[in-house]
Design a protein around this ligand. Structure first.
Ligand SMILES: Nc1ncnc2c1ncn2[C@@H]1O[C@H](COP(=O)(O)OP(=O)(O)O)[C@@H](O)[C@H]1O
Ligand SMILES: [Mg+2]
Length: 293
């Protein structure tokens, strides 16, 4: 290592020490990665100007969550109705991640009430159940915020405060009782959500925090009536489209699908199937990119 590099590194460590921030160095021992399993991000050395996990832990907002157990399926039981389907969905995403960069997943649908928030919340829970996986769940439905109700926590400060430039990423990120799950609520409602999500700060937020998480799950507004989800997808690696069984008209689902780049569409989640094993087998069979066409 050159003397200039050493001096720069020392200066960086001194500055961090003065701020009470832990800076990992390139000498930080890394754990061996399991075959086919991405290494936990806690082993990734931090770069200058990049947040560290320790900084996040010390500065995010500790909260007492009181989850709604009807929506948060994993909260009381790992084996309750629906949990297996979310584990399957998680596995499919891991399989896709072997073939393409995939961390920031936007969950959307054509219309309201199809189960976007339900799917986002439970997918995040399924992901965080895997040992060492850190997940950030973001409520980016600035028009009909719901995830704070599912988690039983405060709506503000949240994403809208960040997009308005009134808060930084630590001030809006909550940490509750579920280890490794972090949550950004939607924040206060505003009169101009489409302009806010297009103002460039969402991209900045995602860029700043993505190295801290294994997955970032973003709940969004419906894609047909408003443009927000299409705009947000530009900053994501993939889009999951929720279709409510027997409720979403097929022409409307096709219209929503057309809002997203083909390359971004990961697949369709058929939500609300009857709890019947035969039906579930159909669900497994139906999940995949092609059913959206
Ligand atoms: N598969 C499901 N099983 C049980 N309740 C569901 C299911 N999907 C959605 N819900 C419930 O239906 C309502 C609407 O779902 P929500 O996720 O808020 O829709 P969206 O986000 O698309 O507007 C919520 O009360 C949610 O908890
Ligand atoms: Mg919703």
């Amino acid at each position: 290592m050159s003397r200039i590099h050493e001096a720069l590194k020392r200066a960086e460590q001194d500055r961090a020490a003065a701020q009470g921030v832990h800076v990992e160095t390139a000498q930080t021992p890394t754990q061996p990665a399991l075959a086919g399993v991405p290494s936990p991000i806690s082993t990734v050395p931090s770069l200058p100007n990049q947040l560290t996990y320790e900084t996040l832990l010390s500065r995010c907002v500790p909260c007492t969550w009181s989850p709604d157990t009807k929506t948060m399926l994993f909260y009381n039981s790992e084996q309750g109705p629906g949990t297996e389907e979310f584990r399957t969905l998680r596995s499919r995403l891991y399989q896709m991640r072997e073939k393409q960069p995939l961390k920031k997943v936007l969950v959307t649908s054509s219309l309201p009430k199809e189960g976007k928030s339900f799917v986002a919340a439970n997918l995040a829970q399924a992901m965080v159940r895997q040992h060492g996986r850190r997940v950030l769940l973001i409520d980016a439905d600035l028009r009909a915020a719901r995830l704070h109700l599912a988690l039983g926590t405060a709506l503000t400060p949240g994403l809208s405060e960040y997009l308005l430039g009134e808060a930084d990423e630590f001030g809006i990120m909550q940490r509750g009782a579920m280890e490794n799950l972090f949550f950004i609520p939607a924040g206060r409602s505003t009169s101009n959500p489409a302009e806010l999500v297009a103002n460039g700060r969402l991209k900045v937020l995602l860029n700043r925090v993505e190295s801290l998480f294994d997955w970032i799950v973003i709940d969004s507004p419906p894609a047909v009536p408003v443009s927000d989800a299409g705009l947000m997808s530009n900053h994501c690696d993939g889009v999951l489209m929720v279709v409510r069984s027997t409720a979403t008209p097929s022409d409307v689902a096709r219209k929503a699908r057309a809002e997203f780049d083909d390359k971004l569409l990961l697949g369709v989640v058929l939500n609300g199937m009857k709890h019947d094993p035969a039906e579930y087998r159909r669900y497994y069979g139906a999940y995949g990119k092609d059913v959206s066409r």
